[in-house]
Design a protein around this ligand. Structure first.
Ligand SMILES: NC(=O)c1ccc[n+]([C@@H]2O[C@H](COP(=O)([O-])OP(=O)(O)OC[C@H]3O[C@@H](n4cnc5c(N)ncnc54)[C@H](OP(=O)(O)O)[C@@H]3O)[C@@H](O)[C@H]2O)c1
Length: 291
């Protein structure tokens, strides 16, 4: 089966390509210099010529804080270009799997979020992704699957796990937010789930994260606990709790955006990996711990 992947050079795209190689998929993944998804006609031409069965759009403007000052660019890539990809899929009769985010929510409900819960983005990035979802679903209806994910980490790209592993031996102390809760999601697990959905004609919005809820502080503590031995005798940073208010980042994040994984569990016929297991597999994959 032929898949067209946008965003193949990104963190999630890397894992999708890696895992697709082991399965019976032909993956075509043009880099931005070949197809810039903000160029409507170029996207349409490329999809029409390639005739993929399924397009995966993992391309996005992901600089969450910078987006507060670069709203036009964030909207162009995450909203307009998502729409261009969807239109091109509609014209070529291809299905689309579009990746979105927990930042479409404000996180005020204080419990794991269902697909039907009300959205209310707090940031430019969140708004741009929400409007992108809407463009995709308007253009394709049930031929689009919007997979919302969150707190992603994989082998490539900048992510929380990689930052912690770098900073633990460098800093005497690290202050980590302890009043925001997420479902940390290993890109390796998500890539496998996405490739399962390639073969499954499911549409609509589905929450796709590893299972469970943890604060960023407790997540950092677990990373340190599991990786500690790999640093030998080096002293590691003392972890201190802080608040989102104290950290004062330019973009506001949801307070509690862990996902309810009931729907994805029933669609895949298995529950997502617990976040702790995802973290162990990731650390094993990058050689920090042994299996
Ligand atoms: N990272 C997270 O924690 C997180 C959480 C929730 C949801 N998500 C969503 O998950 C998806 C994947 O995220 P990620 O972490 O893999 O992102 P990433 O590492 O920042 O990768 C983004 C990808 O998008 C491509 N891209 C950007 N602008 C483009 C354009 N105009 N035309 C074509 N390609 C373009 C980039 O290509 P270049 O290399 O050429 O720039 C790169 O391959 C995104 O939809 C993101 O919103 C991520």
């Amino acid at each position: 089966m032929k898949i067209l992947l946008f965003g193949g050079s990104g963190q999630l795209g890397f894992d999708i390509k890696k895992r697709a190689r082991d399965l019976d998929f032909e993956v075509v993944s043009p880099v931005t210099a070949e197809v810039d998804i903000t160029e409507r006609e170029a996207v349409k031409r490329f999809v029409a010529t390639l005739k993929p069965a399924v397009v995966i759009n993992s391309a996005a403007y992901t600089a969450v804080d910078k987006a507060e000052h670069e709203a036009d660019t964030a909207m162009l890539v995450n909203r307009d270009a998502a729409g261009f990809v969807a239109e091109a899929c509609a014209a070529a009769k291809a299905r689309l799997i579009h990746i979105s985010t927990d930042y479409v929510f404000d996180g005020s409900l204080g419990r794991p979020l269902k697909e039907t819960d009300p959205t209310n983005p707090l940031s430019v990035y969140g708004r741009s992704k929400l409007e992108g979802e809407q463009r995709v679903l308007e253009a394709l209806g049930d031929r689009a699957l919007v997979l919302r994910t969150q707190a992603l980490y994989g082998q490539r790209g900048v992510n929380f796990v990689q930052s912690m592993l770098k900073l633990f031996p460098e800093r005497p102390e690290l202050r980590i937010v302890d009043d925001q809760w997420v479902s940390p999601t290993w890109a390796g697990w998500l890539a496998e789930a996405i490739l399962d959905f390639v073969r499954m004609p499911v549409g609509g919005i589905v929450h796709a994260s590893c299972h469970g809820t943890v604060s960023w502080f407790d997540f950092a503590s677990e990373i340190q606990e599991l990786s500690g031995r790999s640093f030998g005798d080096k002293p590691l940073a003392r972890l201190e709790r802080t608040t989102a208010k104290e950290l004062n980042r330019p973009a506001k994040r949801p307070t509690y955006s862990a996902f309810d994984t009931t729907l994805i569990s029933s669609l895949l016929g298995r529950a997502p990996l617990p976040w702790q297991e995802g973290l162990k597999r990731h650390l094993a994959e990058i050689g920090v711990i042994t299996d």
